[in-house]
Design a protein around this ligand. Structure first.
Ligand SMILES: Nc1ncnc2c1ncn2[C@@H]1O[C@H](COP(=O)(O)OP(=O)(O)O)[C@@H](O)[C@H]1O
Ligand SMILES: [Mg+2]
Length: 265
C-alpha cells in the first residue's frame, strides 16, 4: 500500500465556474483570473520512503500539501494517505498524517505543553504526556515546556510546529520547508530526529530549497514546475540523467532545459 498516492490532481484557484459575482469581479481584476496551481499531478510514495518534493517558489508544493491535509479541495483528481481517501475518508486520512506547515502559526497565550495537549485533544487523544515528553526531549524543547509560545524564538516556534505534527504518532509526516530561516544547530538536530523517525518506519515527505539537504536525505525526488511534475526519480538517477555533479546542478539544469533535452544532449 502507498503511504501517499496522488492521482490526476489539479487545483485551480479562483475558479469562476458557476459563480456569477466572481466572474464579474474577475473580469475587472486580473489578479482574480483563475490560476492553475496544480496541473494533473500523479505520483505515489511508498511506505518508509524519504521523498523530496522540490521546485521553485510558486511551483505548487504547499498547494499539494494543503490538498493532502484536507485543508483545501482539489478541482480534479484524488489523493489518499495510507489508502484513505483524503476527501471521502477524511478522518482516517488526517489521522495518518502529520503536517509541519510552512507558515509559523501558533496561539501566543498557550505554553508549549498546553499547545501539544490541545493538539492531542483534536485527535481525541488524552493523557498523552509520556509521548509529549519524548517529543519535547527529541526536539530540545524540554526546558521550554512551560514557556508561553510568544516567548519563544522563531526557531523554537518551528520546533513546536514539528512537535505538533507528531502528537498523534502519524505514520506519514510531511514537512513544508521546515528549515527555512533556522540556524545550523536546529537544522542538524531536526534532521537527526527526522532521520530517526524515518528509520523507525515513518514515511517522510519533504519540501526544501536547501538542495544539499534533499540530496543527503531523500531517496526519491519529484521536481515540480508551474504545477506539473517535470521529473521524478531516485536522487542518484536524477543527478546521473543530466550528468550533474550534485542535486543543485541537476535541479537548475532540469528546471531550465527539461529532462528530455538534457538526456538527448
Ligand atoms: N489561496 C490562493 N489563492 C490564489 N492563488 C494561490 C493561493 N495559494 C497559492 N496560490 C498560487 O498558487 C501558486 C502555487 O503556490 P504554492 O503552492 O504556495 O507554491 P510553493 O509552495 O511551491 O511555493 C502560486 O502562484 C501562488 O501564488
Ligand atoms: Mg510553499
Amino acid at each position: 500500500m502507498s503511504a501517499v498516492q496522488v492521482q490526476h490532481l489539479s487545483k485551480i484557484y479562483n475558479s469562476v465556474r458557476n459563480a456569477g459575482w466572481r466572474r464579474f469581479l474577475s473580469s475587472r481584476d486580473p489578479s482574480r483570473e483563475p490560476f492553475r496551481a496544480l496541473d494533473n499531478v500523479s505520483f505515489s510514495v511508498q511506505e518508509g520512503e524519504f521523498f523530496g518534493l522540490l521546485g521553485p517558489n510558486g511551483a505548487g508544493k504547499t498547494t499539494l500539501i494543503s490538498l493532502l491535509a484536507g485543508l483545501s479541495h482539489p478541482t480534479a483528481g484524488t489523493a489518499s494517505i495510507c489508502g484513505y481517501d483524503v476527501a471521502t475518508q477524511y478522518k482516517q486520512a488526517r489521522r495518518s498524517l502529520g503536517v509541519v506547515p510552512q507558515e509559523l502559526v501558533y496561539d501566543p497565550f498557550f505554553t508549549v505543553r498546553e499547545t501539544l495537549r490541545l493538539q492531542s485533544g483534536y485527535f481525541g487523544i488524552h493523557r498523552n504526556d509520556d509521548w509529549i515528553d519524548e517529543i519535547l526531549h527529541n526536539l530540545g524543547l524540554t526546558e521550554k515546556a512551560d514557556a508561553n509560545m510568544r516567548a519563544l524564538s522563531g526557531g523554537m516556534k518551528r520546533r513546536v510546529l514539528v512537535a505538533q505534527a507528531l502528537v498523534h504518532r502519524p505514520p506519514v509526516i510531511i514537512l513544508d520547508e521546515p528549515t527555512a530561516g533556522v540556524d545550523v544547530d536546529l537544522r542538524r538536530s531536526l534532521w537527526d530526529f527526522i532521520v530517526r523517525l524515518n528509520k523507525s518506519g515513518h514515511t517522510i515527505m519533504l519540501t526544501t530549497h536547501y538542495l544539499e539537504e534533499a540530496e543527503a536525505l531523500c531517496n526519491r525526488i519529484a521536481l515540480l514546475k508551474r504545477g506539473q511534475i517535470v521529473a521524478l526519480d531516485t536522487t542518484q538517477a536524477l543527478m546521473a540523467r543530466v550528468g550533474g555533479r550534485d542535486l543543485e546542478e541537476a535541479f537548475v539544469h532540469i528546471m531550465h532545459n527539461g529532462l528530455q533535452e538534457s538526456v538527448a544532449s
